[in-house]
Design a protein around this ligand. Structure first.
Ligand code: SF4
Ligand code: SF4
Length: 481
């Protein structure tokens, strides 16, 4: 079980093809004119699938855990051929032929079975798909995934035992290990496949957003240790009364992001501050919301988008779409004149392509990006290409602004036109540059320590019963290790 994994995109991910809800039936669905319902869980569906749930991922979708018989390397008797360490299943102990593993398709290293099976490619025409996989145009990026601690979590809604809950004080979604009765409805219902069933303990588990660390004002372990410094964490104030409407009112998936962003409140607005105080939100939390890097990325600069908003869980992790593949593009070119001038012994590739890194045709490059906008839109904006384009333009404008600042090979007038084009002030571009490139630890993580007097369950100390697995149980599970 990988509570936290990083996938290569395009790719099928973990568990394989988790985004394809025709297979897994995760998330919410909305029929025209009616309320939203769970796609593959809920009372009736749960009852029908009580003895066999066809939508659960099976072991091969995750991968069968394995190890190697390393001892064979040193304990084999002397013989003519070299000993090898054969792979054996960690479940059966029998030799196995490994076909799949965690990060099997990293960096597009897998066979076409992986990248070409990415569910996000289904909106692209065969020609567009083919273009993505031409060797010269090939590009990939990484998608880090943990539980999104959603505002409208399908996992919580699906649990027949009421074992999953979203904490009122900080929004973290947790599974009460004492109450979980192994129905595994949450595994079906989570469209991100971020709850996992632990066959050892007979309980479901998921990312806990390192809540014991958060309560003490520390960053979660994966965010703290991220060497790429790509993770940020901060407080977002939201209007809880609007959650149901934001997830269910709209027929059109592409409008869901706007609606979700509407319920994320401005922490500088006097009426929001007043309402927050009346609802018992501590001053330290309001101050943290004002300094929140997440608020800046999501609301102030609109640079970050939720993953697959069309699943309607209102995920609270946001991603800045990757810019790199659009900084260079391949264009048709005639190299004949140039080749005639070259020394005949010089190596010359007789092709009609130009690897163009110029930024002259600035916005045009975004349209011809090696990652088609359609693909990015399928991941981050429920198909709305304009949203992706706006973000990439802003990111590109900041780069050009900084290049003018440091290298100076753009005219000031051009740079200001570019910034104006995307609606950025030079000061905002400086702020974006700072937070994305230079930010210190305290800028990336603005976490108010918990007010213990307001969170009774935090007083429960699990350390006394913490065993060898998971995050500690008040009562040790009867099954398992
Ligand atoms: S991402 Fe997390 S909070 Fe959202 S539905 Fe899945 S398990 Fe629940
Ligand atoms: S937040 Fe904590 S529990 Fe969640 S994936 Fe990161 S390290 Fe694991």
């Amino acid at each position: 079980m990988w509570w936290n994994n990083v996938e290569t995109k395009p790719g099928t991910g973990y568990p394989t093809k988790w985004e394809d809800q025709e297979i897994y039936k995760g998330g919410w669905e909305k029929e025209k004119g009616s309320d939203i319902t769970l796609k593959g869980a809920g009372k009736l569906r749960g009852l029908l699938n009580i003895f066999h749930n066809p939508h659960l991922p099976v072991i091969d979708d995750y991968y069968e855990p394995f190890t190697y018989k390393y001892l064979d390397l040193i304990e084999s008797p002397t013989r003519d051929d070299q000993p090898t360490a054969r792979p054996v299943s960690l479940i059966t102990g029998k030799p196995m032929d490994i076909k799949m593993g965690p990060n099997w398709d990293d960096d597009l290293s897998g066979t076409p079975d992986y990248a070409r099976q990415d569910p996000n490619l289904k909106n692209l025409s065969p020609a567009e798909q083919e273009a993505m996989f031409q060797l010269q145009r090939m590009a990939f990026f990484y998608l880090p995934r943990i539980c999104n601690h959603c505002l409208n979590p399908a996992c919580v809604a699906s649990c027949p035992s009421g074992a999953i809950y979203k904490r009122g004080e900080d929004g973290i979604v947790l599974i009460n290990q004492k109450v979980c009765r192994a129905w595994r409805m949450c595994v079906t219902a989570c469209p991100y496949k971020k709850t996992y069933f632990n066959w050892g303990t007979g309980k479901s588990e998921k990312c806990i957003l390192c809540y014991p660390r958060l309560e003490a004002g520390h960053a979660p372990a994966c965010m703290h240790s991220c060497v790429g410094r790509i993770r940020y964490l901060g407080v977002m104030l939201y209007d809880a009364d609007e959650i149901k409407g934001a997830a269910s009112d709209l027929e059109n998936d592409t409008d869901l992001i706007n609606r979700q962003f509407q319920i994320l409140l401005d922490p500088f607005d006097d009426s929001v501050i007043k309402a927050a105080k009346e609802n018992g939100v501590p001053d330290s939390t309001i101050k943290a919301a004002q300094d929140s890097p997440v608020y800046k990325f999501v609301k102030e600069w609109t640079l970050a988008l939720p993953l697959h908003p069309e699943f309607r869980t209102l995920p609270m992790l946001f991603y800045v779409p990757p810019l790199l593949p659009v900084m260079a593009s391949l264009s048709q070119a005639d190299h004949k004149e140039h080749s005639e001038k070259m020394d005949p012994i010089a190596k010359f590739w007789d092709s009609d392509w130009l690897y163009d890194t110029s930024t002259e045709e600035l916005w045009g490059a975004i349209d011809q990006a090696r990652f088609p906008l359609k693909y990015m839109a399928s991941l981050f904006s429920a198909g709305d290409e304009e949203k992706i384009k706006d973000i990439l333009k802003k990111l590109m404008a900041v780069r050009i602004y900084r290049r003018w600042n440091t290298v100076g090979d753009f005219s000031e007038e051009k740079v200001h036109t570019i910034l104006k084009d995307v609606g950025l002030l030079p000061e905002t571009a400086d702020d974006i540059y700072y937070l994305t490139s230079l930010a210190k630890f305290d800028d990336r993580f603005v976490i108010p320590a918990s007010h213990r007097e307001q969170a009774i369950e935090m007083l429960e100390f699990a350390g006394d019963t913490q065993g060898s697995v998971g995050f500690g149980f008040k009562e040790k599970p009867l099954r398992g290790w």
